[in-house]
Design a protein around this ligand. Structure first.
Ligand SMILES: [Fe+2]
Ligand SMILES: [Fe+2]
Length: 135
């Protein structure tokens, strides 16, 4: 599976968001490597849980900024966050009970989804925050 490298175009121009996105990408890449190395199910689960926890923290950082600055797209963005988190936690549950078959395909979808989310939704949020003087 491909390792995703950070590109300038992923930047949303808000320091705290960009550094968290870079860390998320790092966690995703570590997962790619671990999956390729066929690590044990429990270790895989631990890594997924770490990604879920970090993602949860990241989403609350963004949502806090949205509330503070009155972002009009909060409702839609929050909904996408919830869906993405649900997806990731389902993946963790699947791995926990030993559903490995669909994991690889699902896993790819989830990482793609994260990138699409960054590129589309978070970009608009970044533009809005920049207009409020937040960088
Ligand atoms: Fe984000
Ligand atoms: Fe977001």
């Amino acid at each position: 599976m491909p390792i995703v490298t950070w590109r300038d175009e992923y930047n949303v121009n808000v320091a705290v968001i960009d550094s968290q996105h870079q860390r998320m990408l790092e966690l995703v890449n570590n997962l790619h490597t671990a999956v390729e190395a066929r690590i044990k199910k429990d270790d895989l689960k631990d890594m997924l849980v770490e990604l879920v926890e970090f993602t949860r923290m990241h989403f609350s950082t963004e949502e806090q900024l949205m509330k503070e600055h009155g972002y009009p797209g909060l409702g839609q963005h929050h909904k996408e966050h919830r869906e993405l988190l649900r997806y990731l936690t389902d993946l963790v549950d699947g791995v926990s009970i030993g559903i490995n078959l669909g994991f690889y395909a699902d896993y790819d979808v989830s990482t793609d989804w994260a990138l699409i989310h960054i590129c589309e939704l978070d970009k608009s949020l970044g533009i809005f925050l920049n207009s409020k003087g937040v960088y």
